[in-house]
Design a protein around this ligand. Structure first.
Ligand code: SF4
Length: 433
């Protein structure tokens, strides 16, 4: 039996895509292998967002056995496609996944597969279809499941490759999404993530006369019977409507946790990033959300060292961190991606300064997260255990806090009540009673 090795870099959407890639390959007879050097087919599902992912891809080639076929897919900018053209046999668009078996069978193993380059899709390609979402995924993260509800993005944030690599936003039929969620619940999945690059601009016109927007979709998922949580990522602050806040308040299965990417704490920088909101708008939005859902935990995504970001502008990001008091933040040092609008700007913040700014935000985050975590001490909270190691279970709470406690492996996938006894900067320790 032929073996495949699948490597995924990037966000949850890429991970979700890999579950569909895996299903397609297994259907045509490949067996998954955890060793790259024994695979007959190596698939790299990567993301051009970070330079580091691109650098890692370059290092893979020597590990791949000589006659193995290689596929590169994911959110790859055209400049990176050119760079990797010689390293991979195929550079395939994920939206063409239903065609992969045909492509692979048309290119049998032979002398020099690397001569048979075949490229489908590419930067700027516009495919108004979500056909590949119809592929039944090979879910890999039980009891957690990722359900894509849309793909692509129309926002063109200056630093981001997604609008170029995935094309414009296309929403999946609501009925198809609800059907998938229903099946997952039936199969015992407990944490369902609704995914979209701009999840809250979801709009499906394909369900009869009724237009389903994101708040309505959340309500449809929430109304399904069963014991499960709904989470979603990533919403855009500009599309966060009052209707959505009301839906979050009313949906008991949607967890009180929100990742709300701010990207910069300074209005001038936001403008250069092509993020059409102000910090005042962001802060008002957070206040409204916190008023509607008291105790909701909040994380953000932020970039430090965007081209031209002065020390004074960065201090506004630090100020925002102190004011909002995030529970978690995904802090990225700006890296220039050829083909994005920001590539025309001078990457003028030195690496060491970017690192310093990252450290400043991390230190503030540690303090605010620690204060928030201490609020849970003495409380009994619901936790979904996900991983077991040497007698310790690690899981996530409704508020998306990482919780560790002693227990048996068979608790994985069951909601358990945990009494919190200790808080660290980024986690909680508890007792299973
Ligand atoms: S909203 Fe901006 S950062 Fe998010 S996927 Fe779209 S372009 Fe990229």
């Amino acid at each position: 039996m032929k073996k495949y090795f699948l490597l995924t870099y990037g966000c949850q959407m890429n991970k979700s895509d890999s579950e569909r890639i895996s299903a397609v390959l297994e259907k045509i007879g490949y067996k998954r292998s955890s060793k790259i050097d024994e695979a007959d087919l190596v698939v790299v599902n990567a993301c051009s967002v970070r330079q580091s992912a691109i650098d890692r891809i370059s290092g893979l080639r020597p590990k791949i056995k000589n006659k193995a076929k290689t596929i590169l897919t994911g959110c790859i900018l055209s400049a990176d496609k050119k760079k990797f053209g010689k390293l991979f046999d195929y550079i395939l668009d994920i939206k063409d996944l239903p065609k992969w078996p045909k492509i692979l069978s048309n290119q049998p193993y032979k002398d020099s597969p690397r001569k048979n380059y075949q490229r489908i899709g590419g930067a700027g390609q516009r495919v108004a279809s979500c056909e590949y979402f119809k592929i039944q995924p090979n879910y890999q993260a039980w009891p957690v499941a990722y359900v894509p509800i849309s793909s692509g993005c129309n926002n063109f944030c200056a630093y981001c490759c997604v609008p170029y690599t995935r094309g414009p936003e296309v929403s999946r039929r609501a009925s198809e999404i609800v059907k998938e969620v229903k099946e997952l619940i039936k199969d015992g999945y407990k944490e369902i993530w609704l995914l979209g690059q701009n999840v809250n601009s979801y709009q499906s016109y394909a369900d009869g006369p009724c237009v389903v927007d994101f708040p309505l979709l959340l309500k449809m998922a929430d109304a399904l019977e069963g014991n499960f949580w709904v989470r979603f990522t990533s919403p855009h602050p500009k599309d966060f409507s009052d209707k959505l806040i009301t839906a979050l308040k009313e949906c008991s299965k949607v967890t009180p946790y929100l990742n709300l990417p701010v990207q910069a704490g300074d209005n001038e920088v936001l403008k250069k990033m092509n993020r059409p909101y102000t910090i005042e708008h962001y802060k008002d939005l957070v206040s409204k959300i916190r008023r509607a859902i008291p105790g909701i935990t909040l994380s953000t995504d932020i970039i430090v060292g965007f081209p031209g970001e002065t020390k004074k502008q960065f201090l506004n990001s630090a100020k925002l961190f102190r004011e909002i008091k995030f529970d978690m933040a995904y802090i990225a040092q700006f890296s220039l991606r050829p083909g994005t609008a920001a590539a025309n700007l001078r990457d003028d913040v030195p690496k060491a300064e970017k690192k310093r700014r990252e450290n400043v935000l991390t230190e503030i985050l540690k303090k605010t997260a620690s204060v928030s975590n201490k609020m849970f001490i003495g409380k009994t909270i619901k936790v979904l255990p996900l991983v077991y190691k040497n007698g310790t279970l690690i899981g996530k709470s409704q508020h998306y806090k990482t919780v560790k406690f002693q227990g048996k492996k068979d608790l994985i996938g069951q909601f358990v009540d945990i009494k919190i006894v200790k808080a660290t900067n980024f986690g909680l320790l508890g007792l299973y009673e």
